[in-house]
Design a protein around this ligand. Structure first.
Ligand code: CDP
Ligand code: MG
Length: 777
């Protein structure tokens, strides 16, 4: 396929119209094919249901009926108007003239690489075109997105364009949230969710088309999907595969997919003026805010897009901007501030797409999500500080961290391009031209080469893919990282010595959670507290947004929070108490207000918990509760982070352990030993008290502190050993969600110790550090 040229426009405009009309909900002619009789029947039901509701309402409210009829017909004509308008808008997208050509290419080839600039209509239009062309008669069309917000917002947009209810014909599926039904034929989902679908349906039988979108982002899940869909396509010649990307280096994708043809959608890009700073900026956040305000007061109309690195930074920027514009009062035009990041509540996400009112200017504060996943119309100015948050992983220590990192040249160019979509734009780079040309990498390193692979390895193993070193990766991960993941899974008991999935591993793979949390759930079976453990896992999955602390009521909020920590139970148990108290009050909103707890987060936790409960059943773990035995719960938590080192790298003596059991306590030096074994120790997320209330992590010696929000931070004396859920770096490196670890639990939690006798008998005692690799590979 050449550059597109100008052969568009020859199509019959009515062809699309017809397909479109047929699709309208409630029309008897919905052509879903014979297999889906049920679906068209249900479309009728859908209409009648509405009418029944309407009748019910009118019976109840007698004379209001006429009013309601009027509003209804008004609403209806408004909806029709919007639909008409959207239909027109669809025709103005750069992809539209190539509709027929594209459909022909899909017909002629099984795999197609599609390249087109952001905003050209790839994500929203291609699945609709394919639907109109009949592909949904034989299966669903799945379209993957690297980001949850993108999956949700694109699905919402497409359902609007098709005039159907979100979750019916058009739906989305993201972790812990499935907004689809049996009617769904266009399914937007995160790449991670499609990966999970392989577990239940390894041949993707329910799909006629898979579109791996935003392929240029090269997320971990997308990279794994490449290997899997390539394989499926080989034995399913009827499956169409589209790989779509916003960058022009499509050759690499084409090479990987056995020289698949490349379909280019010519973009419409206006010139963008690039401005650099003369000297590097010390504080890019402040520089970004000042630049935004300067644009606002000096530049002609047009919205501003600022790229920041994360939620906290965006909130800070929002606050400062509000403060400064308030200071300027009516001297300046109105500035609408619109934040957008992954955890932003759905109702607020919609705000960024609303048109800017006359006379005002919109400033969108976004994470990387606005780089290619989302298109916001009306942007004329881009402010690019040159940073993003990126995962990095040290395979040697096994530590993973999210770091603010300089972006690549490719990213910088994508960002700049966002300003030239609808007219000439300007991009303000808050770094020097020298920085750009000499310091920035050309391309971002694919995630697979800088991340912890434990989850991926577990998923691939449960898909029956054993030979991971020879898996068809587009860019293989460092083999050290792969080995590390295998070793860790072995240590967690998920793999046996031959590298095969164990029962524990199979159970763990069912949970869409960090392996540590999955292991904790699997371990709860033994301690008869699965009910409590899934609550804790759900609460930990929410992240850091359970409590809130209004500036004027900090003391009240802290007092309320500390009530859950009574008895110094540790943060995990405190989270459990929060949930159970809320549940005891009928999951009430009032209770949340009174306790300074975010109701939205709690609802989400409840949702996640429900799903985990369903998964318990699947892996045959009985729901059991031991609320009166907090120690059992803590043991399960600890067992969750237990990692048994490679069996021959351990040199604790069996007799020493036996002695320890008899006094029911391990001597401290033994514990230190256990932590310091070469293969990362038993409890990688653990730390030991040092002087000055600081702790030393064991795995990667580092000084860390109890987060001030931890209930244990106030305890006297501080616990000697703790395990933590995560490390966060703010002013210091803090441990968040911390529970005390009692040394006497170790022997009980780690019965594998006893198996060590055999190892020692065979003379492997005192293996030098680092030499003892497990056979897990
Ligand atoms: O995928 P690609 O970047 O090629 O474009 P798209 O996401 O399909 O977007 C096409 C157009 O749909 C954009 O110009 C947006 O104006 C519009 N759109 C929207 O208004 N709201 C969304 N949630 C997504 C897209
Ligand atoms: Mg897109």
């Amino acid at each position: 396929y050449r550059d597109g040229g100008g052969s568009g426009g020859k199509m019959n405009p009515f062809a699309e119209q017809d397909a479109w009309e047929e699709h309208q909900i409630g029309k008897a002619t919905v052509k879903f094919g014979s297999k889906d009789q049920k679906q068209s029947a249900d479309n009728y039901e859908f209409v009648f249901e509405d009418q029944i509701d309407f009748i019910k309402a009118s019976v109840m409210e007698g004379d209001k009926i006429e009013d309601e009829m009027l509003t209804e017909s008004l609403e209806e004509s408004k909806a029709n108007f919007t639909l008409e308008k959207l239909k027109e808008e669809r025709k103005t997208l750069p992809i539209y003239p190539y509709r027929d050509e594209l459909l022909k290419a899909v017909r002629d080839h099984q795999v197609l690489i599609i390249v087109g600039e952001t905003g050209s209509g790839k994500t929203t239009q291609i699945p609709q075109y394919l639907h109109e062309d009949g592909y949904t008669k034989v299966g669903k069309i799945g379209c993957t997105q690297p980001r949850r917000v993108a999956a949700m917002s694109v699905a919402a947009r497409v359902s609007q364009e098709m005039g159907v209810k979100l979750g019916h014909e058009v739906g989305y599926s993201i972790r812990f949230e499935d907004c689809t039904s049996y009617k769904t034929v266009l399914k937007y989902m995160t790449d991670g969710m499609l990966l999970r679908e392989f577990l239940g349906e390894p041949d993707l039988a329910g799909y006629s088309v898979i579109m791996v979108d935003e392929a240029h982002e090269r997320t971990l899940s997308t990279d794994i999907l490449f290997g899997l869909v390539k394989d499926v396509a080989r034995f399913r010649p009827d499956l169409k595969l589209l790989i779509s990307s916003a960058t022009l280096d499509a050759e690499k994708f084409s090479d990987y997919f056995d020289s698949a043809p490349i379909f280019k959608i010519p973009g419409r890009r206006y010139p963008v003026e690039i401005h650099y700073t003369k000297a590097p900026e010390a504080d890019y956040l402040d520089a970004a805010i000042v630049t935004a305000l300067q644009i606002h007061v000096t530049q002609p109309p047009g919205d501003i897009l600022v790229f920041l690195t994360g939620e906290e930074e965006i909130e800070t920027a929002e606050e400062i901007l509000k403060h400064r514009t308030r200071g300027l009062g009516t001297k300046i035009a109105e500035l609408m501030i619109c934040p957008i990041y992954a955890n932003l509540p759905t109702d607020m996400q919609a705000k960024i797409f609303e048109p800017t009112p006359e006379g005002a200017r919109k400033v969108v504060l976004a994470t990387n999500i606005a780089e290619t996943s989302l298109t916001i119309d009306g942007i004329k100015y881009v402010i690019d500080p040159g940073f993003c948050k990126m995962k990095s992983y040290n395979p040697h220590t096994g530590m993973e961290s999210l770091l603010v990192t300089p972006i690549s040249k490719a990213s910088a160019n994508q960002r700049a391009g966002r300003s030239g979509r609808t007219g000439p734009g300007k991009c303000f780079r808050l770094y020097t031209a020298y920085n750009y040309y000499h310091d920035l990498e050309d391309n971002t390193v694919p995630e697979i080469q800088r991340t912890n692979l434990v989850n991926v390895v577990l998923t691939l193993k449960s898909l029956g893919i054993h030979d991971l070193l020879n898996f068809d990766f587009m860019d293989p991960p460092p083999s050290e990282a792969l080995l590390k993941a295998l070793e860790l899974l072995y240590a967690l008991g998920a793999l046996n010595k031959l590298g095969e999935l164990t029962k524990v591993g199979r159970r763990m793979a069912e949970f869409p959670l960090d392996p540590m949390l999955s292991k904790m759930i699997v371990a709860s079976d033994k301690y008869k507290c699965s009910e409590e453990i899934i609550t804790i896992a759900a609460m930990l999955s929410i992240g850091n947004s359970i409590f809130y602390r209004p500036k004027d009521k900090q003391v009240h909020a802290d007092t309320a929070r500390m009530r859950f920590h009574e008895g110094n139970v540790g943060d995990h148990i405190a989270l459990l108490k929060v949930y159970n108290d809320w549940k005891a009050c009928d999951y009430g909103t009032m209770w949340c207000y009174e306790n300074y707890v975010q109701v939205r987060s709690m609802r989400r936790a409840r949702d996640i918990r429900d799903q985990l409960e369903g998964l318990l059943e699947r892996v045959e773990i009985e729901p059991t509760s031991s609320l009166n035995d907090l120690e059992a719960i803590k043991k399960a938590i600890t067992a969750g982070s237990l990692r048994m080192p490679s069996f021959c790298s351990l040199f604790l003596s069996f007799d020493e352990l036996k002695d320890a059991t008899s006094v029911n306590c391990l001597p401290d030096y033994l514990l230190t030993f256990a932590f310091a074994t070469p293969a990362s120790g038993f409890f990688p997320h653990s730390a030991r008290l040092q002087k000055n209330a600081s702790y030393g992590t064991v795995k990667h010696p580092q000084t860390v502190y109890l987060h001030p929000s931890s209930g244990l931070a106030q305890v006297e004396p501080l616990p000697r050993w703790v395990i933590y859920h995560e490390l966060v770096l703010t002013t210091k490196e803090y441990m968040r969600q911390v529970t005390e670890l009692k040394s006497e639990w170790l022997v009980e939690i780690a019965p594998h110790y006893y198996e060590l006798k055999a190892v020692e008998d065979s003379g492997t005692k005192k293996v030098p550090k680092g030499k003892g690799h497990s056979a897990a590979t």
